[in-house]
Design a protein around this ligand. Sequence first.
Ligand SMILES: Nc1nc2c(ncn2[C@@H]2O[C@H](COP(=O)(O)OP(=O)(O)OP(=O)(O)O)[C@@H](O)[C@H]2O)c(=O)[nH]1
Length: 710
Amino acid sequence: MQSSNDIAATRDIGIMAHIDAGKTTTTERVLFYTGISHKMGEVHDGNTVMDFMEQEQERGITITSAATTCFWRGHRINLIDTPGHVDFTIEVERSLRVLDGAVAVFDAVAGVQPQTETVWRQAERYRVPRIAFVNKMDRVGATLDRTVEMMKSVLHAHPMVVQIPNGLESAFTGVVDLLMMEEIRWTDDTGTQLTRQPVTEDHEMYTEAVLAREALVESVAEVDDETMTVFLETGAAGVPLDLLKAGLRRATIANKGVAVLCGTALKNKGIQPLLDAVIDYLPSPLDMPPVVARRKADDGEVQRHASLEEPLLALAFKVVHDPHRGPLVFLRVYSGVLKVKDAIQNVTRDRKERVNKLLQVHANKMQEIDEVSAGNIAAAVGLRFTTTGDTVVLATDREQVILPGLEIPEPVIFRAIEVKSTADQAALTEALERMQREDPSFTVRVDPDSGQTLMAGQGELHLEIIVDRIAREARVPTNVGKPQVAYRETVASRLNHPIEYDREIGGKRQYARIVLEVVPRERGAGNSFVNLIPEPVRERGQKLEPPKLLPDMIAAVREGAMDALTRGPLLGYPVVDVEVRLADGGYVEGDSTAVSFRAAATMGLMEAFEKAGPRLLEPVMKVEVEVPEDFTGNVVNDLVGQRRGRVQGMEPLRGLQVIDAEVPLAEMVGYATALRSATQGRASYTMHFSHYAEVPSDRQAEIVTRARGY
Ligand SMILES: Nc1nc2c(ncn2[C@@H]2O[C@H](COP(=O)(O)OP(=O)(O)OP(=O)(O)O)[C@@H](O)[C@H]2O)c(=O)[nH]1
C-alpha cells in the first residue's frame, strides 16, 4: 500500500531534446545507472536497451516509449516519452499533460538549435519545470558557456548553473559540483565508478569554482526571495547548502529558473548527478497544483489533490498495442487508488470497464502490480473502450468528474489508402483500427460510393506518419492517394421546391407529392428538419379532415432528406448548415407508401440544392506562429498575401512575436517547409481546425472543375 511519502518520492518526467542531441543515449544511461538495465549499449552499435526492445517483438516496439519506471535514491522516476514531432498538438499535449517536469538535453557544440526552441516553447506553454543537461562535453568545440548564453538570449530562460566542466573535449574528466564544492571524476569506462574530492584552496579549479558558485547563488537569489534575503545579509559565501538547494528547487518548480548540468552520455560521465538533480529540483506530484475536473452532473468544478484519500481520478494518455496482451492503456493517476479487478467508469464515454491487470513497465521487463495510486503511472490491461484522453474514475463513485479532455479536432484532410494485394486487406483493416484507438484524432471510413478506404486526420504530416507506421509496423504494402482537403457544401439562397413523384415500379404505381423549402442557416448551426404541415382541425359539426400526410410518410420524408444531406451537389461532400422544411404534401390512397416519399425527398432535395446556389465550404485553421522579430514582416505578408490568411492579433512573447491567424487549410500545404526556409528554421507554428468558411466563388469554380476532371 502506498503512502503520501511515496507520492513525495515520485517524479513524473520527460526527457526532451533536439533530434541528435542525445536523448536516446541519455535515456539509456539513466536506465543503466538506475539498475534496471545491466547491459549497456550504444546507439551506433544498435544495441541500446531501447533498440534491444525493438528486436523483442513479443513485447512490442513502442511500449518503452510510453512510460518507463526506474528507481534512484529511494525515489521512483517515471520517464514519460515526449514526442519527436511537435506538429500535432494532441501528441504534444498528451505527454506534456501527464508529466510534472522535464530534462532538456542540449548539444554542447550546437547549443540551442531551432528544434530545441520549438520543444522548449511547448514546455513553456504548459509551464513544465525543467532542468538542462548540456550533453556531448567530450566533442570537439564543446563549451558549457555557449549553451548557457543561448539559453538566455534565444530561449529567454534563467539558467542556474550548478556544475562547471573539468576539462573540455577529450580532456573532459568530470564536473565540479558547485553546491557541494566537490570535484566529481569518473574513473572507469562504464561510468559506474566516480570519486568526489573537495575543491579546496589548493585545487586547480578553486578560483573558478568560487566565482561560479557566487554566480549560482546570485542567479538563484534573483528569482527566489528567501535566497535573496540571506544573500543580502551574508553575501554569496554565507548562503548555506540546504538553503541554496531549497531555493533551486523552489525556483525550478515555480518555473522561474533552470538548473544547468553538463556531461557526456556517450562517455558515461554526468548521469548520476543528473539523476540527483531530477530528485532534488523537479517537482513531485505533491508539488503540483491540484487538477481541476468538471462534475458531469452539473458542470461544477472540483479540485483533486495528489492524495490517496481522495476518489480515484485518472487520465488515459496513451494506448499501445501489445501483440500478446492486447491494448495497454497508460494511465496517470491524479488522485486516489486503482486496484486490479476494480470496475471503473470511463466518464468520457459513459462506459463501465474492468481492469484485469496493472503493469509497471521497465525498460526490459513488465512487472505486474496490484494497484496504482495518486501521482503514479501504470498500464492497464483489459480495458476495451478507453482511449487516449479519456477520464477514468471508480464505477462505485457517486460523483463523476471529467478532466479537461484532449480536444479532438475535426479531421480536415483525408487520403485514400488501399492494399497492393487483397490478401493484405485484413491486416490493413486491423492496423487502421489500432491506429484509431491509439490516436483519436485519426479516423477511417469507407466511402459508400467508391468503396475506397479514406483516412482522415489533422494535416498532411499527420497522415504521412500514419502511412509510414502502417508500412513499418503492419508491414503491409499500400498505395495512398493524394491528401485532399475535407470540404463541406451548403446552399446560398432560400428555395421553395415542389416535387411530384409518380412512377411505376414492378407494375405498381408509386405516388408522392411534397413541397420542400431549403433555407440556409448560420455557419456552424448544423442541419435541421421541420415539418410545417398543419395538423387537421375539426370544425364544429364537421368531420375531421384526413391529414395531408400520414406520420410514416413524414418520417420517410425526414429520412430521405437526411440522406440527401450526406452528399452535396457540387462534389459529394456532406451538406451542412441547411434547414429543410416540409411545407406541403399529398398522397393517393393505395398508390403512396413511405418508400415513395423517401425517394421523393431525396431526389427532390438533390435538385433543390443544385438550384439554391450550392457553395463549397473549406476548413479554416487557427494558426499560431512564433517568430523572431526580424522575420515577422515576411511571415505576415506570406500569410496574408499568399495564403488568404487573416491576422487576428500579434503579441510579443519572450523576444518573439506570436502571430495569431486564420488561414484556409488548402493554403497551408507545405507550410512547415516554407516557414523553415523563410526564417532560417527559427519560427515554429501550431495549427488546429477553427471553422468552415465559404470558398471564394472563383476558387470554387476552379476546385469543382479540377475535381470533376473537366
Ligand atoms: N560525442 C558524443 N556523442 C554523443 C553523446 N551522446 C550521444 N552522442 C551521439 O549523438 C548521436 C545522437 O544520439 P542519440 O542519443 O541517438 O540522440 P537522440 O536525441 O535520441 O536523437 P534521435 O534518436 O535522432 O532523436 C549518436 O550518434 C550518439 O552516439 C555524447 O555525449 N558525446
